[in-house]
Design a protein around this ligand. Structure first.
Ligand SMILES: Nc1ncnc2c1ncn2[C@@H]1O[C@H](COP(=O)(O)OP(=O)(O)O)[C@@H](O)[C@H]1O
Ligand SMILES: [Mg+2]
Length: 387
């Protein structure tokens, strides 16, 4: 027979159990809600992943795919059935890449930062493409159970890069070809002008002297005419000389770079009124003629710019040689070139300046400070194969 105490205890127990059941029911509802919420979230992410125009994948530790979005399946040329049957991760790379892929996966599991690996990938049909892989370990209960990542197809980017480089190289060689053609033409023209015109004018002058000698002192009018003709011929001879020297300073070929620069600097100062000082290292360098011409033309173009744009009262030119490098600096005290002008693709003179030394790995650096002036610095390797 149960005592009233026992019954009381039993009732108490039942009440507790009922409360517990209620609690459990509440938890169950909460769990269901969370589950629904989770699957909603998962669907949201799945939908997003399916929309992505890049490959997203998950694989287990054996290299079997657990998930791949549609784009990924298509871009590697497989079907969902292929995937269900099983596709080995390494099959997606050309054989010569597989060792590196394996090594990098191990490094990813060791938490080394090696993201953004570029590989050549292999489609089912045997064609290939370039791609970047970004991957992370999938961790469950503190253990890595697989790999999850994104693959970005960079074929198009690579192609654009290659095309760009190709056309830039082509432009470069075209530019340098044009330069040498131009120099050749200038040389021929300078010679022709100097030899043909120069000789004709000299002959003319000698004839005039001959005539002058045979005129009577009374023939004042004729004497005056011959004299003014002689003056005109003289100044024309000067002009012809100037033009032919502008085209191709003969001094470069005869006396070398420094002498030609000294001469040109003097002419520049006379013509423009801008004080031009030169400090030229007269080491006997052994620059080949093409490089000498390039340096001289940069010097010429830089001085022309000073005269045209700088509003300067003075320009200083210095040149130094080491056994490896020629450095030249042309520094004016004018208004100063701006960064926009330096980097504008419309500054064709400056583009030409830079291209001049490009064939030998040289550099031209232009800089300006407002109302302080502009500096053009040139670095040109003296011989091939040296920096
Ligand atoms: N020494 C300089 N001082 C100030 N501005 C300069 C100097 N050299 C060049 N510039 C500026 O840079 C521009 C581009 O020069 P450049 O390519 O030689 O073209 P261009 O001489 O035919 O105008 C010039 O138009 C000028 O505005
Ligand atoms: Mg110019």
């Amino acid at each position: 027979m149960a005592s009233s105490n026992d019954i009381k205890a039993l009732k108490n127990e039942i009440r507790k159990l009922k409360a517990r059941i209620k609690e459990l029911e509440k938890t169950e509802i909460e769990l269901k809600n969370t589950e629904r919420e989770l699957s909603k979230n998962e669907k949201k992410f799945r939908d997003l992943v399916e929309l992505l125009p890049q490959t997203v994948y998950e694989m287990d530790l054996n290299g079997n795919f657990k998930f791949t979005n549609k784009y990924g399946i298509q871009s590697f040329g497989y079907t969902q059935e292929d995937l269900n049957k099983g596709v080995d991760f390494l099959q997606l790379f050309i054989p010569s890449e597989r060792k590196r892929v394996r090594e990098n996966i191990i490094r990813i599991f060791n938490n080394e930062e090696i993201n953004g690996n570029e590989y050549t990938c292999l489609r089912k049909d045997g064609s290939t493409f370039q791609a970047l892989f970004y991957s992370n370990p999938i961790i469950q209960n503190n253990k890595a159970v697989g790999l999850r990542g994104v693959v970005i197809d960079i074929t198009e980017r690579k192609k654009v890069e290659r095309d760009l480089k190709e056309s830039r190289d082509q432009l470069r060689s075209l530019a340098s070809h044009l330069q040498s053609v131009r120099e050749e033409e200038r040389l021929i023209m300078a010679r022709e002008i100097h030899d043909e015109l120069g000789q004709a004018l000299t002959a003319l002058k000698m004839d005039l002297i001959w005539m002058q000698k045979r005129l009577n002192p009374e023939q004042k009018e004729q004497i005056g005419k011959v004299r003014s003709m002689t003056d005109l011929v003289d100044s024309t001879i000067q002009t012809v000389r100037r033009i032919s020297t502008e085209l191709r300073p003969g001094l470069i070929d005869d006396l070398g770079l420094q002498a030609a620069m000294e001469w040109y600097g003097g002419e520049f100062q006379n013509r423009t009124g801008i004080i031009c000082t030169l400090d030229l290292d007269d080491t006997d360098h052994h620059l080949e003629q093409d490089r000498v011409i390039a340096v001289f033309r940069i010097f010429q173009e830089a001085l022309t710019n000073v005269a045209r744009h700088a509003h300067a009262s003075a320009v200083h030119v210095s040149m130094r040689f080491t056994s490896e490098l020629l450095t030249m600096e042309i520094k004016d005290n004018g208004i100063g070139i701006t960064d926009e002008q330096i980097y504008s693709s419309k500054s064709l003179g400056l583009v030409g300046l830079r291209e001049r030394v490009n064939p030998w790995g040289g550099k031209v650096i232009i800089s300006g400070v407002h109302n302080i002036g502009t500096t053009v610095k040139v670095r040109l390797p003296v011989q091939d194969g040296k920096p």
